[in-house]
Write a protein that binds this ligand. Structure first.
Ligand SMILES: C[S@@+](CC[C@H](N)C(=O)[O-])C[C@H]1O[C@@H](n2cnc3c(N)ncnc32)[C@H](O)[C@@H]1O
Length: 296
């Protein structure tokens, strides 16, 4: 566990390594799991017994991402991160909702290949224990943590860049752990993302909407960059299409008939349409006026 900026989820004090445990000044301890991660999600921060993605979803995502179909996303993410850390000697980067760790592992290899000057502290955080167990197998140098984006277990202003890839974002949680000038890279589906899959799944095709940034702006973020990545995948096999459906929210929204239609698809090329938005923190949240209920 390389990260020095982890915080106790109970009292927010710094956690320090003490043998095979992380310990805070008030004596709260958290064991390092033998698989190479730490669980910093106390029961009072959970909204269900097994929050986040299930083992089945994690494995489907791992199989899908390992086909390399989304490699262009990982490459653009690495380029944006490389740009964001320019000039820093040491950079702390959090992947918030990292899933089974594909993007962080790719980013680490890409930064090595680019021979960046900054020493990196990489942290992968996900509320799903199954996802983090999968992620810990990908890379030993990343600090893998079970925890929530709502109350990220990190010290205030201790993270330079947050990546949130198809993840659940919390502008309040993110504001706390970024310093002023820190960056948040949000990666989200654009309007035509996977339209062929959605067409097969739903009776009516709707356009995916990007999340509104009103709350982010109210909490002191500004938008500094926006890029769209669009391409068509090579024809995908039936197995890969099923994995893709299983790893997205469409699986749960789909009707039985929709799932059966997808199960019959084979050799289909999909449109990938993904938006990368970089936000910069310009002010501390606690300096701002209380938010109106309409943006929370
Ligand atoms: C759609 S997946 C994306 C995973 C990964 N970023 C990727 O693109 O491969 C969303 C992830 O967010 C996690 N998640 C959901 N709610 C969360 C929360 N409150 N805090 C942290 N992670 C959360 C899920 O367990 C899941 O792994």
């Amino acid at each position: 566990m390389n990260a020095k900026n982890l915080a106790c989820p109970i009292d927010t004090e710094q956690l320090v390594l003490d043998g095979k445990q992380l310990r805070c000044i008030n004596g709260h301890t958290f064991d390092l799991a033998r698989q190479g991660y730490v669980n910093l999600l106390p029961v009072q921060h959970k909204r269900s017994k097994h929050p986040g993605d299930s083992k089945e979803m994690v494995m489907a995502r791992q199989r899908f991402l390992d086909t390399g179909v989304y490699a262009p996303l990982a490459e653009l993410l690495s380029d944006l991160l490389h740009k964001a850390i320019a000039g820093l000697q040491h950079a702390s980067c959090l992947d918030a909702g990292c899933g089974e760790g594909y993007y962080l592992a790719h980013v680490l290899s890409a930064l090595r290949a680019k021979k960046t000057d900054a020493t990196m502290n990489l942290i992968g955080l996900d509320i799903s224990k199954e996802a983090i167990i999968g992620a810990a197998k990908r890379h030993k140098e990343v600090s893998w943590v079970v925890g929530t984006n709502r109350q990220p277990p990190l010290l205030p202003a201790s993270v330079d860049i947050i990546l949130c890839v198809f993840g659940f974002h919390s502008f309040q949680g993110f504001n706390k752990i970024l310093p002023v000038g820190g960056k948040l890279i949000l990666v989200e589906p654009g309007p035509d993302h996977l339209q062929q899959l959605r067409q097969a799944t739903y009776a009516q095709l709707y356009k995916t909407e990007l999340s509104k940034l009103d709350e982010a702006f109210a909490r002191g973020f500004k938008l500094v960059d926006e890029q769209v990545l669009r391409f068509n995948t090579p024809p995908l096999t039936s197995e890969t299409l099923k994995d893709l459906l299983l790893m997205t929210p469409h699986f749960f929204r789909a009707t039985q008939q929709g799932r059966e239609t997808v199960a019959k698809l084979d050799n289909v090329s999909l449109t990938v349409d993904v938006v990368f938005r970089t936000l910069e923190k310009t002010a501390d949240d606690n300096l701002l006026k209380p938010l109106s209920p309409s943006v929370v």
